[in-house]
Design a protein around this ligand. Structure first.
Ligand code: PAF
Length: 294
């Protein structure tokens, strides 16, 4: 890390004290934040690229790298979550990041916390249903990072569709003066959405995983042709998943309203909708989604 500190123009700060002592944003406008948990891949790189475009000549691009323990459940992969700090710094530096803030857990959680942010509507279903407390952890850390870095714009990937919606709601509800922007999902050639967790897949599971995308594309096609029955759309996804990925186990598969994230029921799917899925391949849980309607 010492050697990397001199890389290009990227400043690397790994403690809150150093952050408070050295970081001055006085004349940087606009300030753009890309919060991450590290293990950066091309999906993150595309968020950084967007941030770099948005910052223009006089702006300032900040990336945070922090594997946030409070958004992992007790039986989840916090300990084994990939940590690739040096490669991450290189990617940040290559993408015009002005400051990498990578605080310690002790800095971000100085004591056993008794305060957290709880979003009580959009976070109930989908990932929130199967990962209780996850979005409290996400909202709390994101609010802390927003307060510390005070960006004008913060960018989050659309692959975590629910996360983006929950953060937008938090920012609206708490009147935070920050523009939250969504970045498009980046995919492998075979359609698999890039994710730090793809690294956990065995060769055979990696071959099966793109079946999620094929299923979602088929459902999108049916919706474009006029299909408005949620069960039929879900069945199409299930069918292609069963076909291409015998070892999959669906955690959830829902057709939801893009804003409220409420599942569509008997009354039929709207013109605009999102299909969101979480699927286990072995122990690895992958998520993806697709927007329906233009
Ligand atoms: O999407 C992520 O990587 C994380 O959930 C985030 C937004 C950085 C909060 O820890």
């Amino acid at each position: 890390v010492a050697a990397l500190r001199h890389m290009a123009m990227t400043q690397i700060v790994t403690s809150l004290d150093e952050f408070r002592e050295t970081v001055r944003f006085d004349r940087s406008d606009p300030r753009i934040l890309v919060p991450t948990m590290g293990a950066l891949h091309d999906g993150h790189a595309s968020l950084l690229k967007r941030g770099n475009e948005l910052k223009g000549k006089s702006g300032f691009l900040i990336a945070t790298i922090f594997v946030n323990p409070t958004q992992f459940g007790p039986s989840e992969d916090f300990d084994s979550y990939p940590r690739t700090f040096e490669e991450d710094l290189k990617i940040c530096s290559d993408h015009g990041v002005d400051l990498v803030f990578a605080p310690s857990t002790e800095d971000m959680y100085p004591g056993e916390p008794s305060t957290s942010v709880h979003e009580s509507s959009l976070s109930l279903g989908l990932c929130g249903g199967s990962r209780p407390g996850h979005f409290d952890g996400v909202c709390t850390i994101v609010l802390k990072l927003l307060m510390l870095t005070t960006p004008h714009i913060a960018i989050f990937g659309k692959k975590d569709y629910q996360q983006l919606a929950v953060i937008r709601r938090m920012v609206r509800d708490l009147n935070l003066p920050i523009d939250i922007q969504g970045g498009e999902t980046v995919r492998e050639k075979d359609g698999l959405a890039l994710s730090s967790r793809n690294a956990y897949l065995s060769e055979s599971l990696r071959e099966q995983a793109p079946a999620i995308r094929r299923g979602l594309l088929e459902a999108q096609k049916l919706h474009a042709e006029g299909e408005r029955d949620a069960t039929t759309l879900r069945a199409a996804v299930r069918h292609l998943l069963a076909d291409g990925a015998p070892d999959n186990r669906i955690d959830y598969l829902e057709v939801v309203d893009p804003d409220s994230l409420e599942p569509f029921g008997e009354t039929g799917v709207g013109e605009q909708a999102v299909i969101a899925a979480a699927v286990f391949f072995g122990k690895t849980r992958l998520i993806d989604n697709i927007e329906l309607g233009g």
